[in-house]
Design a protein around this ligand. Structure first.
Ligand code: NDP
Ligand code: 2IT
Length: 443
């Protein structure tokens, strides 16, 4: 049995019923086979066994009372996966589908993504199966306060720094920050994605979407192409999707689709992003309202955004949202590039099809790292007690994304997989963390 099969068999025995975590672990481990052959010390020091086992997994009860006086109990999670290169860092997901497998897959991916940023941040993730949809501001506050009443004892500016993810934006971060401060009396950069008024960073809101487009643009440039004149299909209509659309449009592309969990819009003339922002960011509404702004657009609750012809596809909603059938439709329509804004949005079968068919493919770990990288820039500003300008943060983000592309392309080529950025990102992200773990001894 190979070292990788042994470790995966151990994972199956210990953690059956964690399909998302198994999927994420399999992809990373299978990508680094050639590194393991060259570096026997990783096996000798049980680096894989240690890297798939979180440092700590915290699960807790989150009781709260709704506006009608009814009591609810949700489950809270924080998985502190690996802090070999810096304090645990990663978002908090609030969605009814959240369970330990999903938080572990996200925390595991975060280790390598954060390593690729070149900044000193370890990997962690958390969240709850709480569903924020349809809840009043007061109910969101009650939930966030209860959640932080337990979480505060496990986090800190130099220990673990949570941030946003699906369902967690500036409003939720504000309520959680206020609760942390109230309990601890500490004014520190313990969360990122804060509002500007109390320590947030300019450009953090835009960072994941902008970063996704910066990295995809680098990958296209290498092949003599760019976003200019390209038709882009985007899924999702949340934070990542909106700012990916904004930057793609700024670079001269036409974005024709967006989606939410109930349906998708197709606007062949080009999406009106101001309308989407009003519906999603201000009204917290549904995309079905888009037709009121653009009567000639189409709204559908069946089918997928990937059936619309496009040159570039940017999945920005959730895990496993793009499967083999979707990949086949995109390939048939001659898609040139796919950039993953969401975490693990493509199934393993879809990934394989893109690679085999020569589609330029930017995997999530590299492509959506701009959000957490800018969170790390927010941490730096908080430590310095300074605020940088939008231009300064954006320029740093752009530089970080170019560097991620270079590292990823170089690692892929060095290990004999030129242009396979899945393998490149996994190798480049893994080796830095693994070397830090070796240097620190078996802990
Ligand atoms: P948001 O909550 O702002 O938006 C999520 C979007 O995806 C919404 O349009 C939502 O639809 C849709 N969506 C969520 N879950 C599902 C589902 N199960 N099926 C169909 N549609 C769904 O989240 P973000 O934009 O922040 O996150 C999107 C993705 O990007 C996630 O995978 C996240 O992990 C990843 N990511 C986020 C980063 C960040 O900085 N925010 C950084 C890096 C990655 P609806 O409105 O109906 O809920
Ligand atoms: O998946 C991610 O990288 C995020 N949700 C952002 C994490 C962060 O700490 O900014």
């Amino acid at each position: 049995m190979s070292y990788i099969s042994e470790v995966l068999a151990e994972l199956d025995a210990r953690d059956p019923g964690q399909p998302e975590f198994r999927q994420a672990a399999t992809e990373v481990l299978e990508s680094i086979e050639s590194v393991l052959d060259k570096r026997p010390e990783y096996r000798k020091n049980a680096v894989l066994e240690r890297i798939i086992e979180p440092d700590r997994q915290i699960m807790f009860r989150v009781p709260w009372i709704d506006d009608k006086g009814v009591a609810h109990v949700n489950r809270g999670f924080r998985v502190q996966f690996n802090n070999a290169i810096g304090p645990y860092k990663g978002g908090l997901r609030l969605h009814p589908s959240v369970n330990l497998s999903i938080i572990k897959f996200l925390g595991f991916e975060q280790i390598f993504k954060n390593s690729l940023t070149g900044l000193p941040i370890g990997g962690g993730k958390g969240g709850s199966d709480f569903d924020p949809k349809g809840r009043s501001d007061h109910e969101i506050f009650e939930f966030c306060r209860s959640f932080m009443t337990e979480l505060y004892r496990h986090i800190g500016a130099d220990i673990d720094v949570p941030a946003g993810d699906i369902g967690t934006g500036a409003r939720e971060i504000g309520y959680m920050y206020g609760t942390y401060k109230k309990i601890t009396d500490r004014y520190e950069g313990v969360l990122t994605g804060k509002c500007l008024a109390y320590g947030g960073s300019l450009a953090r809101t835009e960072a994941t979407g902008y970063g996704l487009v910066y990295l995809t643009e680098e990958m296209l440039r290498e092949k003599g192409k760019s976003f200019k004149g390209m038709t882009v299909a985007i899924s999702g209509s949340g934070n990542v999707a909106i700012y990916a659309a904004e930057k793609a449009m700024a670079l001269g592309a036409k974005v024709v689709t967006m989606s939410d969990s109930t349906g998708w819009i197709h606007d062949p003339a080009g999406i009106d992003l101001a309308a989407v922002k009003e519906i999603k960011e201000i009204k917290r509404g549904r995309l079905s309202e888009y037709k009121n702004y653009r009567p000639k657009s189409e709204y559908s609750t069946s089918g997928r955004v990937w059936q619309a012809a496009c040159d570039i596809a940017l999945p920005c909603a959730t895990q496993n949202e793009l499967d083999a059938n979707d990949a086949a439709m995109l390939i048939k329509n001659k898609v040139v590039a796919v950039g993953e804004g969401a975490n693990m949005p493509s199934t393993p079968e879809a990934q394989e099809m893109f690679v085999k068919n020569g589609v330029l493919f930017a995997p999530a770990k590299a492509a959506n790292a701009g959000g957490v990288a800018t969170s790390a820039l927010e941490m730096s500003q908080n430590s310095q007690r300074l605020s940088w300008t939008f231009e300064e943060v954006d320029a740093r983000l752009h530089g970080i994304m170019k560097n991620i592309y270079r590292q990823t392309a170089k690692a892929a080529e060095q290990y004999g997989h030129k242009d396979n950025f899945i393998i490149g990102a996994n190798i480049a992200g893994f080796t830095k963390v693994a070397d830090a773990m070796l240097a620190q001894g078996i802990q």
